[in-house]
Structures are given as structure tokens and as C-alpha cells.
Design a protein around this ligand. Structure first.
Ligand SMILES: Nc1ncnc2c1ncn2[C@@H]1O[C@H](COP(=O)(O)OP(=O)(O)OP(=O)(O)O)[C@@H](O)[C@H]1O
Ligand SMILES: [Mg+2]
Length: 258
């Protein structure tokens, strides 16, 4: 099992969209994949129409597995594709974890417990746009981090902070590494090209990569969640579905090579 997280404390950079597209790609290519919505906003959960499904254990209950808690079986979405949903209740964990010893380890322990039975090839963690106990749990649980980067004038600023936080966490979890950046919602404008150039230089300095292709801005991508579908099943012939297919192949190849 390898755990990949999508992290960027900046909101609306396509963490959730990219988590879904990659998990969908991995599952269609024979990898048993678990998607975990670890954001109290629950956008990933809503994207699959699972928000009101009381039968599914939410991320908060799933965390109880870390202490030998009750069964929390993920929901099966498709062949090879499973999901742990989330809702605002996860905010409780954010507050209560602060006082716990080993507070950063809960998510990883829960994932390891579940994996003993289910044997996943990949776990993909979608995270919330902030830097909280939840994010620290996501990073601690990760083998690799993928950073979605929306190329805009000020996008680069928050990335330095994220890398400093990751460096600090390496003291607790030395295996943690950034796999690379994914450029999302790319537009052919000068400010975007400048932002991509900045992040490409930064990635070189950090010995990580900027994955190709950049994901283009496309209306199909914004529409897919309201149809409760991944971009591939919603609009398989769209430019953005093609981008995500190629990205999926490149990210999977990078992960399989590790
Ligand atoms: N390539 C794209 N083209 C157009 N719209 C997109 C694209 N990728 C994502 N979107 C849309 O942009 C919005 C933000 O994307 P998403 O929810 O994936 O970002 P996020 O980083 O998970 O946000 P948050 O920080 O709130 O969790 C969503 O409405 C999504 O459908
Ligand atoms: Mg999100």
C-alpha cells in the first residue's frame, strides 16, 4: 500500500477534483484504491452524492479505528474504487486531537488497520484548505504528497510555507516526500505562464517535479461533480479528461517506480 495525499492550504486549487480523477484512473487500471475525504467541507463526498448516506462511516468514525474502534468499511463506488466520506463532524477531530499524545498519527494508524484486512494498492487522501491537525494527520499518513498548483499571480507564496511545514514533519516521519506539483486550471495567459515558470524553478531546487500535462481550465470539470461523476465518466472526450488521463498515467508510473 502506498499513500498519496493532495495538499495545498490554498482553497480551490483542485485538490478534490484531482484526488477523484487520479483515484478513478488508478482503479480503472487495476489498482485497488481507497479515496479518503479528509476535509470537513465534504466536497469529495458531495461529488459522489454520498452526503446523506447515513450507512457510510464518515471520516470521524473511521479515525476511531486508530484506537481499535468499531468496523468502518469504506463504501464501494466502482470496481477497485472505495471511499471514506466526510462531513462537518470531522471538525470535532481537529479540536480533540490537539490534546492527544501522538495526535499526528491517528489517520495513518486507521489506514494501516483497515489495510490489514482490505489490502489496498493505493490510498489517496484529499485534504482541507488550511493548516490544521487534520492536515498534519494527512501529511503524517502520506508516503508521497502531490501539490495541486493553480497558476496565478500570487500562487507561489503559500507553497514556501507548505514546504517548511513538510520539512518540520519529516522529523516525525522521515519517509515523507513531495512527489511533485500538478498545474491545474491552466489558462494561456501571461500571469499563468509566469507562475508555472516560478514553480518549475522551485521544484528543481527541491528535487521534485512538475508533472505533465498541465490540466486545462474547462467547464466540464466544474460540471462533473453536480452529475456525481468523475471527469472521465462525465465527459470522456473532453480536453480536460484527456489531460487527467495522461496525468494519471504519469503519476502512477512515478509511484510504481518507487
Ligand atoms: N480544470 C478545471 N477547470 C474548471 N473548473 C475546475 C477545474 N478543476 C476544478 N475545477 C472546479 O474548481 C472548483 C475548485 O476545485 P476543487 O473543489 O477540486 O478544489 P479544492 O482545492 O479541493 O478546493 P478546497 O480547497 O475548497 O477543498 C470546483 O468547483 C471544481 O469543479
Ligand atoms: Mg477540496
Amino acid at each position: 500500500m502506498k499513500v498519496l495525499s493532495l495538499v495545498n492550504q490554498k482553497g480551490g486549487v483542485a485538490k478534490t477534483t484531482t484526488s477523484i480523477a487520479l483515484a478513478d484512473y488508478f482503479a480503472r487500471h487495476g489498482k485497488k484504491t481507497l479515496l479518503i475525504d479528509f476535509d470537513p467541507q465534504g466536497s469529495l463526498t458531495t461529488s459522489f452524492g454520498l452526503a446523506d448516506d447515513a450507512d457510510n462511516p464518515k471520516a470521524l468514525k473511521f479515525l476511531a479505528l486508530a484506537r481499535g474502534g468499531s468496523e468502518a468499511m469504506p463504501h464501494k463506488l466502482a470496481k477497485n474504487l472505495y471511499v471514506i466520506t466526510s462531513d462537518i463532524g470531522l471538525e470535532k477531530a481537529n479540536a480533540s486531537l490537539i490534546t492527544k499524545i501522538g495526535k499526528e498519527r491517528y489517520l495513518r494508524r486507521a489506514v494501516d488497520e483497515l489495510n490489514k484486512k482490505e489490502k489496498f494498492d493505493y490510498v489517496i487522501l484529499d485534504s482541507n484548505p488550511s493548516f490544521s491537525q487534520l492536515t498534519i494527520n494527512v501529511l503524517y499518513a502520506s508516503d508521497k504528497v502531490l501539490v495541486p498548483f493553480k497558476p496565478e499571480f500570487n500562487s507561489y507564496k503559500g507553497i514556501m510555507q507548505l514546504f517548511e511545514n513538510i520539512e518540520e514533519l519529516k522529523a516525525l516521519q522521515p519517509n515523507l516526500a513531495v512527489l511533485g506539483f500538478v498545474v491545474t486550471m491552466a489558462r494561456p495567459v501571461k500571469s499563468a505562464e509566469q507562475a508555472i515558470a516560478e514553480i518549475t524553478d522551485f521544484a528543481k531546487d527541491q528535487s521534485c517535479r512538475v508533472f505533465t500535462p498541465a490540466i486545462r481550465l474547462a467547464v466540464a470539470c466544474a460540471d462533473a461533480p453536480s452529475h456525481q461523476k468523475s471527469i472521465y465518466s462525465y465527459a470522456p472526450d473532453s480536453s480536460v479528461a484527456h489531460d487527467y488521463e495522461m496525468l494519471g498515467a504519469n503519476v502512477l508510473e512515478a509511484l510504481e517506480g518507487i
